[in-house]
Design a protein around this ligand. Structure first.
Ligand code: COA
Length: 218
């Protein structure tokens, strides 16, 4: 599903259910040691998807540790992203030569509560969501914007090492399946790349889920 949103050269692996009783991968046990069962299962399945994606680039199975801000740490030369929601676990991995960063997110295709929508929108976004809802009333545009911003954060963080709030980007959604985010804060990167000013992404709605993906060109 999410692979449809990603450029050639990015490998996506997904699962729609967990393997009952799947143990933690050796070297990752401590990452979920205090987690409830459902969290352990989503973690194990999503990390298995990520390992399967890494295997396509010749990487033998190894623990995927996490950094100080919960970001997954990928082998040198590769970038990636992980998402899970009820009924879906997925990972996307690519060489840095294909994309500088990738962020993927999935959400349930349900309305976003009004107070959450207010909290995650800026500038002209509420008007845009209202206009989209009038034109396409069956789509949960607020939830889609929320997911898009989470994908943006997941692509942003590994490149900048900084927090990005929901109020720090302003989205324009193309109902055909794409979005662009203008960054409202300094997009200076920790690698040698040009500062981030705008990020592009794509979305789809299928199987009761909203999926979004953002990639930053190399
Ligand atoms: C981190 C965050 C985006 C995760 O999204 P979510 O919908 O809660 O959960 P998902 O299942 O889709 O994604 C969770 C995965 O995100 C990844 N992730 C967590 N922190 C991350 C970070 N700083 N950078 C990149 N990826 C990160 C992890 O792989 C995590 O899964 P894991 O713990 O099993 O490894 C969210 O919890 C959050 O903190 N959001 C606030 C920041 C934000 O979204 N700002 C919007 C800016 S426009």
């Amino acid at each position: 599903m999410i692979g449809q949103l990603l450029p050639a050269g990015v490998v996506a692996v997904e699962a729609f259910e967990d393997v009952p009783g799947e143990p933690e991968f050796p070297g990752e046990e401590d990452l979920v040691v205090n987690a409830i069962e459902s969290r352990r299962r989503e973690f194990a399945t999503a990390r298995r998807c990520a390992r399967e994606a890494l295997a396509r680039f010749g990487h033998a199975p190894a623990p995927i540790r996490r950094g100080s801000n919960r970001e997954p740490l990928w082998p040198p030369g590769l970038v990636g992203s992980i998402t899970h929601t009820t009924g879906y676990r997925g990972a996307a991995v690519a060489p840095r030569s294909v994309v500088a960063s990738v962020g993927i997110d999935t959400e349930q295709d349900d309305p976003l509560p009004d107070d959450v929508e207010e909290a995650v929108t800026v500038r002209r976004e509420p008007e845009m969501l209202a206009a989209l809802a009038l034109a396409f009333p069956l789509t949960q545009w607020g939830r889609l914007l929320f997911s898009a911003k989470e994908s943006i954060y997941k692509a942003w963080y590994p490149l900048t090492g900084r927090w990005l709030g929901f109020e720090d980007t302003c989205l324009t959604i193309d109902p055909a399946g794409a979005f662009a985010a203008t960054l409202l804060i300094d997009g200076a990167r920790t690698d040698r790349g040009p500062p981030l000013t705008e990020l592009q992404g794509r979305f789809l709605i299928a199987r009761g889920l909203i999926a979004t993906a953002v990639t930053v060109p190399p």
